[in-house]
Design a binder for this molecule. Structure first.
Ligand code: F6R
Length: 362
């Protein structure tokens, strides 16, 4: 049932192009420059958005914040659900509270969305598991259609969450009039290409396996990314920690010089998300700073990049896409890096120690 793959995680990583087709399927309408999500909620009613989630789903929330703020010009707050439920958040009936969850059973996420609902918010679940507890309590559900996820480390659900958040941002931006027709059409046509681009990103596996082997004895890893790629860095670090048990930390790249730069030496692999974006040059400067201090740079760069290879020891190339969609394509090599490292270390990839697939206790 692993489809010829040695682990569920690898099977699910390879399913991602099909998953994206399912998430986006029948929902993108380039002609009308919009999306059809079948939601009852009225997007123009809300003047702020709160998003709550845990773990990997929280990083999807963080990507969602950039998307919603860029396209719908609505202020977005994100919280890990276990913090939100106890911070007495300021919520009113103009607040749209979104929760993101693969299982739909995570207790902290359920309690956080209940708290928002009690305070009068409209509630929307971005959920994978059909009929799960959260779907029975929210006003509306946007299913991500990733199919059952068995590997404890979330991969295909994450990519589906990102696609769902991009669609929500277009939905809200079009309704509010902040996203013009031309830009919407361009984005939708880029979204339609994502399954193929993820397919291409998967082809980097041999190079990634080589990098994983080279650094499998590292004690620590650092992951850096800017803007919408900061959450990608955090997700890459989380995946590596979970299944290889190598300590990994992530920072927004600009924060590096405010402390973590002290960690850099020739034993530290530093993964830097350096895909094309308006912040590309700044990220290249960060790579040079790491390099100047002896750090080992593993860069994730756009396929036509020629500059990064001058400064990084290793470069993983990913297809170009719209900068707001870059997390979808760029997370793939980080999933594979975690997977190949864990396999190299002989870890139990599908059942990492101390972890459960769904966390139904606080
Ligand atoms: C990471 C992972 C966890 C979950 C988190 C939320 O690989 O699997 O961090 O993402 O426990 O789970 P859901 O999405 O089911 O609410």
């Amino acid at each position: 049932e692993k489809g010829g793959h040695p682990h569920y995680m690898l099977k699910e990583i390879y399913e991602q192009p099909r998953v994206l087709e399912n998430t986006l399927g029948g929902r993108l309408y380039e002609e009308e420059a919009g999306v059809e999500l079948g939601l009852k909620l009225e997007p123009t009613h809300y003047d702020k958005v709160h998003i709550v989630a845990c773990g990997t789903a929280y990083y999807a929330a963080w990507v969602g914040k950039y998307l919603l703020e860029a396209l719908a010009r609505v202020p977005v707050e994100i919280d890990v659900a276990s913090e939100y439920r106890y911070r007495d958040p300021v919520v009113d009936d103009k607040t749209l509270a979104i929760c993101i969850s693969q299982s739909g059973e995570t207790i902290d996420t359920l309690e956080a969305i209940r708290e928002a609902k009690r305070k009068g918010a409209g509630t929307l679940g971005v959920i994978n598991a059909k009929g799960s507890s959260i779907t029975r309590e929210v006003d509306d559900t946007l299913y991500i259609h990733a199919g059952p996820e068995i590997g404890v480390a979330s991969t295909k659900a994450y990519i589906a969450m990102l696609a769902a958040m991009a669609m929500l941002a277009v939905w809200m931006g079009r309704a509010k009039g902040t996203l013009d027709e031309k830009t919407a059409r361009e984005l939708l046509s880029e979204m339609r290409k994502l399954p193929r681009l993820v397919e291409e990103a998967l082809e980097q596996r041999p190079r990634i396996a080589h990098i994983a082997e080279k650094y499998h004895q590292a004690q620590d890893y650092l992951f850096l990314g800017r803007h919408i790629q900061a959450p990608t860095a955090y997700e890459g670090a989380l995946k590596l920690k979970e299944i290889s048990y190598i300590h990994a930390e992530a920072y927004p790249a600009g924060e590096m010089k405010h402390g973590p730069i002290a960690l850099i030496d020739e034993r530290l692999p530093v993964v830097v998300l350096a895909t094309q974006s308006p912040f590309y040059e700044k990220t290249v400067s960060n790579i040079q700073e790491v390099r100047a201090r002896g750090g080992r740079v593993i860069a994730v760069a756009s396929e036509d990049d020629t500059k990064v290879q001058k400064f990084a020891q290793d470069v993983i190339y990913v297809p170009r896409t719209h900068p707001l969609l870059a997390p979808v394509v760029s997370v793939v090599p980080l999933q594979l890096l975690a997977y190949e490292t864990a396999v190299h270390l002989g870890r139990d990839v599908d059942q990492p120690r101390n972890l459960a697939k769904s966390v139904t206790v606080e």
